[in-house]
Design a protein around this ligand. Sequence first.
Ligand code: F0G
Length: 496
Amino acid sequence: MKLLNLIKKLPEEKNLAIHPRPYFNHSVELKSIFSPEERAKMLQSVGLNVFFFPSEMITGCDLLSDSGVTTMTNEQWAALHLGDEAYGSNRGYFLLIDQIRETFGEEFFNKPGSGRPNAFIFHQGRSCEDALFTLLGKTGSDLIIPSNGHFDTTQANIQINKIQAVNLFSSELKRDKSDSYFKGNMNIQEFKKLLEKSSDKIPLAYLTITNNTAGAQPVSMKNIEEVAELAHKYNVPLFFDACRFAENAWFIKKYERGYTDTEIKKIVKEMFSHVDGFTISFKKDGLVNMGGGLFLKDNGLFIKKYPDSSEMLTNYQIVKEGHPTYGGLSGRDIMALSVGLKIIIKQEYLTYRINQVQEFGEELHKQGVPVLTPIGGHAVYLDVNRFFKDTEMKPGDFGGIALCALLLAAYGHRACELGYFAFGYFDKNTKREIPSEVNFVRFAIPRLRYEKQDLASCAESVKILYEYRHQIPPVKVTYGRDLPLRHFKAKFEFKR
Ligand code: F0G
């Protein structure tokens, strides 16, 4: 009692300026230390393409992606050992069924023998996309799939199947002064116009949560509801690209009226109650290094509209990935995923995770480095055009590529250009570069991997390069300018 009285006189724990992490290190990996000279030599030898730079030589933060690079928890490592590698109906499969039903809703995974197959396990997100769009591509011609922002592989998988991919970004996204917390929303007016004109050409509509292509910005529950209502009115099924569903739910709880006291778990269920299916890469909010899935709502509009889809997807899965009870995953992967899905919706984990990303972004913002605000869920997006605004860097000089190369060689931090080079293209007829709508360098933060000090070091390095921006030379493309998906393959050289 005495102790209780005593602590009541102290400032409350929640008022501390710095909070402890809601986890501690369970095992660590010691890094090899390389010098800037060694890194520069290596980067030069791989044509300044950061994808080909050996990760073992990264002394700072590897922020190339948040996908598949999570640090797993001790419970997940323990679960790996319980993995059952049976060729049919392994132990983890049954745990996963229960966990998917618990997380997203019972209607997304029919138990074997009760109802038609409606859940398909794949090895990662893009293979689910291939399965879905291969099926849809066969249902008609001149089809269109609208989204609030397709991810690049999603767009590529749609287009390969001769379907047009349309992005209906929120108008708030481009307004610098906008303080909207939900810049990831779909543009409702544009969606309505498209439905009125061509709803018979739309096999389904997509919402990416959070919106990776639009700066990791979240989508509000209100937008989800409105998009679903409109789509359904025109007999169009709605799907989520659900990679970062838990982070999206956290933003709804934090910023959307009426959700402050609602548990993340309930928000997730409500979000998924509006859709007819979803694809997901579990390499993000599955908290695992590999895994994906395609889930159709039993009795949802998609299954009603395409009654053969269950049979066709099962055949596709068996031919391309494996038996429906393991899909593209090993038994141990499935075990780790079942545990990962339990952890990912924990409020304290999500708060720490998103605050970490936001602190990193705010540190850059405070130093004057132009970043997209508000900061999104899994990554910080540096605005390359504003970064080089008062310099001689031109769009065709690919300042974002130059910045990433310098950051990696000089300070050992790896980021990724997602801008004029990655999303633009070279028009072979006019021999001109066609720039993309957005021009970012993305710093994606892996889950549970880095500490405050690591990210502070990266922020400081970027700040130094910002001060040095007038001296950063342009790059020229020495290989791959006209290739599809060119940023994964191209080579560059500094012009000076
Ligand atoms: N959808 C979204 C929104 C994604 O961000 C990704 C991958 C995918 C689908 C494809 O999933 O990699 O498992 O095949 N995004 C990673 C990134 C690669 O770095 O943003 P996958």
